[in-house]
Design a protein around this ligand. Sequence first.
Ligand SMILES: [Zn+2]
Length: 404
Amino acid sequence: MCVQVRKFLSEVMRRIRKTEIDCSSTALDLARADLYFEEIRLHHPDDAVRGSYVMPLVTLRTKACSWSSVSGCTMCGYHLGSAKQQVVGVDDLLTQTRWVIRRLDPNIYHTLVFTSNGSFLDPDEVPDTVRPELMKMLYEAGFRFVVMESRPGFITPARLDALITTVPYGMRKTGKIPFSISFGIESASDFILTTCINKGVCVSELADGAAIIQERSITIDGYVLLGKPFLTAQEDCDDALRTIRWASELGANYLFVMVTNRVAGSLANHLIARRHHSLPSLWRAVRLLEMLPASLRRLVQIKGISHAPYPPIEYATTCQGCHDRIVRGLNFWNQTGDFAHIQELPFCACRERFETDEWANRPDLSLPCRIHKHYLRLASDLDLNPSIVPPLTMLDMMWQKGQP
Ligand SMILES: [Zn+2]
């Protein structure tokens, strides 16, 4: 069943990209990596330092995520920053890493995200023979904790073991390996991962990948999506809450809730342009924090709300009058974990409109029915043969199978 939905959404994503993305982009300078900073809170006992921290996010300039090349997640735009026509060689990866070491002082930036355009553990992006070399360079330069991102399919015991041996023995003998692997979890529902996000990954693959990581005393963290297409605000928040609980039980130390923004070439952008979807109000993120029990809330930081490595067309907002104060309050929450910053957010009439409009939306049709209608409309918009649209009975069965 999954296969037919995946086939359909892959075709949808290919069509959207073809019509909406300008592929004639200028060549990237392969002698440097992309560098970007996020204000976050380090809270885990294993962290080098705890508290508010400006985290460098290094993205090696590699080819795009393998999934985005053949299909693609419905909200993603990370492939926009990839080396499209250029071939990235081993020397380029070494040069980019040397550039990072020159640019970042490990006395200031003890912890960093060091990853590639899609999956750091994908050998097509970073060859298996080079990856440990890059990691060794970072630890020898004095960095103390490295976070990398990967799709779960690339996690293998051999790849992780090759990385562990590069960590200086003094750091290993505590039994805790000073790196973490981040997953784009998005949702812990196979139905939503397949029909709304087109993630190309199912929940059991995430759990299997996490087990291989944790057997080696490596930590995991993850991204959870808010503002998923086709869902109502309540369905979206309920799913985010279930996902956060699932990831916490899996042992994730950090969960970054990514609020969907509008990115060129995404399904979200295609739907928004035709008024079939809208970005979530930022009040939805506030609602989610309010819904979460304190034990889960402390794991969560809200991201994608004010800056991004590759700037989107539009960010989620509230209204012009309160937007800056809400973003500031969410960022203060991220940096301190002090919930009073959320409780003390100013009242604005737009919160009331959110409650009575976006939050109160209770459609008559079931979720599979609504998704099926969207699929039919997409097929028509994109000039696809309607016979490739997965039938409603199939979506219904997948939905029932995925119910807790
Ligand atoms: Zn407002």
